[in-house]
Structure formats: structure tokens, C-alpha cells
Design a protein. Structure first.
Length: 313
């Protein structure tokens, strides 16, 4: 569990719930609500919100059944590792709390130094299966290329037929109690292209408020642009801690619960992280980062391949 807090600092973070990041409890003054948007709003309004806030949180953009079908396929892939609680349905993704969560680490940015393979020696089967899911047809050819998602980004960006789904993506799980995603913005990892990409963060299933969903720094996209050189150095060398982000820049983390079908689009400078997963039902959090670019403009071609460990990106 997160480190102990003094009694006066143990107030609920948001909506009666305590939210933890890697550095500990988020305090009420550090937290606000992520703003929802309907996908049916005029495209001009969606574009305005994206540019003004650095993100647009689209409620119910994807058909719920499509997302849950992908979630089921994912956990059917991972089931041989023993990660799921016996007697539960794969689509529910319930962690077997008789197991040690440390033996079921997530993969992706921040999971291990240099994008290396986590859990060496203790989690070989689980980690290998999680990697293999990136190459499965249900994910690579269907979910990542969902026409609703591509068409939505094509409209909001104005790129039209030049809208290209980048091949490399990050399909991440987070078992209860493991570390959260650290503070970063995406241009750090897309350094060899123009800062014009769209990231679609897609929760693959419902994520409770305490279930480890993505959180966004309020007006973090403007901060990312203003301090990129220093922020990039810190992020690459040490990582910018959650506490430093709040205490230094005096901006709130914007949080919410998510439902299958929701999508958040954010800019390459939007500063984000995640909370730790302390879902009361031990539900494993799964989400994917899908990037889109304007194919007529320079973009980071290192991402024109499938994700793999130690790929230097």
C-alpha cells in the first residue's frame, strides 16, 4: 500500500475516494474533474476544446460491445499465466489476489528502464503473453484500426485522408497495487517528428475512479510547451515526480472514472500520468495508447513498426 500519511493529510482526494500516485496520496486541492464531451458536438467545438484544454474526453465514442470483445480476447490471451481469479469470466479481468501482484508487472513506458522487459525471472509467461497480444489480429488489425476512431480524429484534426494510424502502440495492463504510469508527455517519445500527433488513450473496459485510469495535468499542454527543454531532460534522466509536478507548478490533476467505449484524445505536449490501481473488486486495468499523424508531414518513423522490448523508442 502507499506510504502512510499524517491524519490531517488523509482526506479523500475526490468524490469521497482516495487516489494514489507513485509518490503517495493526492490531496483534495491537487485534484479536479476531467471535462466530458459528447462525440455529437459540432467538430468546431470539439477542436476548440482539444486545442484549449490539451485533450478532449469523448464519452461513449466507440461501441461498448467492440471494446468488451477486445478485452475478452486480451484476457483469454493472458489467462495461461494464472493472473485471473479462478471461476471468473475472462472479460471481467479480475486479478487472483492469492497471487503476488509484483509477479504480474505491466509493460510499456515507465515499466522498466529503457523500455526493457520487466519482471525478469518471475513473470516470464505473463510478460511474454502481454507482448504477444500486440501482434494478435483482434488487436493489431481490428481494434487499432477501428474506423470510428480514425474518422473522428480525421475530422477533429482536419487531416482527412492524410490521417495515418501509427503502427507502434502500447497495450498496457495494471494489476492492483503495482506502480502507476509516471508523469510524462508524448513528444518526449516522438522526438523525431513534428509535435502534431494525436494520441488516443482508449480504456479497454470500465475503470473505476480508484482503478488506475489516466489523469491529466490542468493546462498541462501549455506547460509542456513552455518548459520542454528542462522537462525533457528531467523526464529522460530522472522522471518528474507527481509531488514535484503539483508543488512546483500549482496545477491540479484532472481525474475521472471511465467506461468501455470512452476515448481521450490528447496533444503531444499534454502532461499526464495515472493513478495506482486500487480497484475494490481487484479489476485489472487495461488501456491502449494509439497515435495518429498527418502522413503528409514529417513524423517519427521509428514508430512504423510493432512494439517490442528494448526497441530504443
Amino acid at each position: 500500500m502507499p506510504h502512510a500519511e499524517s491524519p490531517e493529510r488523509e482526506l479523500p482526494s475526490f468524490n469521497g475516494q482516495k487516489l494514489y500516485v507513485n509518490d503517495g496520496l493526492l490531496h483534495p486541492e491537487q485534484v479536479g474533474a476531467l471535462k466530458e464531451s459528447s462525440p455529437d458536438l459540432p467538430v468546431e467545438e470539439l477542436r476548440r476544446r482539444y486545442e484549449e484544454d490539451g485533450y478532449v474526453f469523448l464519452k461513449g465514442l466507440l461501441p461498448r460491445e467492440d471494446v468488451l470483445k477486445a478485452r475478452q480476447a486480451y484476457f483469454e490471451r493472458l489467462a495461461p499465466s494464472g493472473v485471473l481469479k479462478p471461476g471468473t469470466a475472462a472479460v471481467d479481468g479480475v486479478f487472483d489476489d492469492a497471487k503476488d501482484a509484483a509477479d504480474y508487472p505491466g509493460i510499456g513506458a515507465g515499466a522498466s528502464p529503457g523500455n526493457g522487459k520487466p519482471g525478469a525471472g518471475t513473470a516470464e509467461v505473463f510478460v511474454d503473453l502481454a507482448l504477444q497480444a500486440h501482434y494478435d489480429d483482434w488487436y493489431k488489425e481490428k481494434f487499432c484500426k477501428h474506423p470510428v476512431l480514425r474518422d473522428t480524429i480525421a475530422r477533429i484534426s482536419g487531416w482527412g485522408d492524410n490521417t495515418l494510424a501509427v503502427r507502434r502502440s502500447l497495450l498496457r495492463n495494471n494489476t492492483p497495487g503495482n506502480k502507476a504510469i509516471g508523469v510524462h508527455y508524448d513528444q518526449i517519445f516522438l522526438r523525431h517528428g513534428e509535435p502534431t500527433s494525436f494520441t488516443a488513450w482508449v480504456p479497454m473496459g470500465d475503470i473505476s475512479l480508484t482503478g488506475g485510469g489516466l489523469i491529466y495535468l490542468e493546462n498541462g499542454h501549455t506547460l509542456g510547451r513552455e518548459i520542454e527543454a528542462d522537462f525533457t531532460r528531467k523526464a529522460k534522466e530522472n522522471g518528474l515526480t507527481d509531488e514535484e509536478t503539483n508543488e512546483t507548478f500549482r496545477r491540479r490533476w484532472l481525474v475521472t472514472s471511465y467506461e468501455a467505449g470512452d476515448v481521450v484524445l490528447h496533444t503531444p505536449y499534454s502532461i499526464h500520468a495515472s493513478t495506482m490501481n486500487f480497484d475494490p473488486g481487484n479489476v485489472i486495468r487495461v488501456g491502449t495508447d494509439l497515435r495518429f499523424v498527418d502522413s503528409s508531414r514529417p513524423w517519427d518513423k521509428r514508430w512504423d513498426k510493432d512494439y517490442e522490448f528494448n526497441d530504443g523508442v
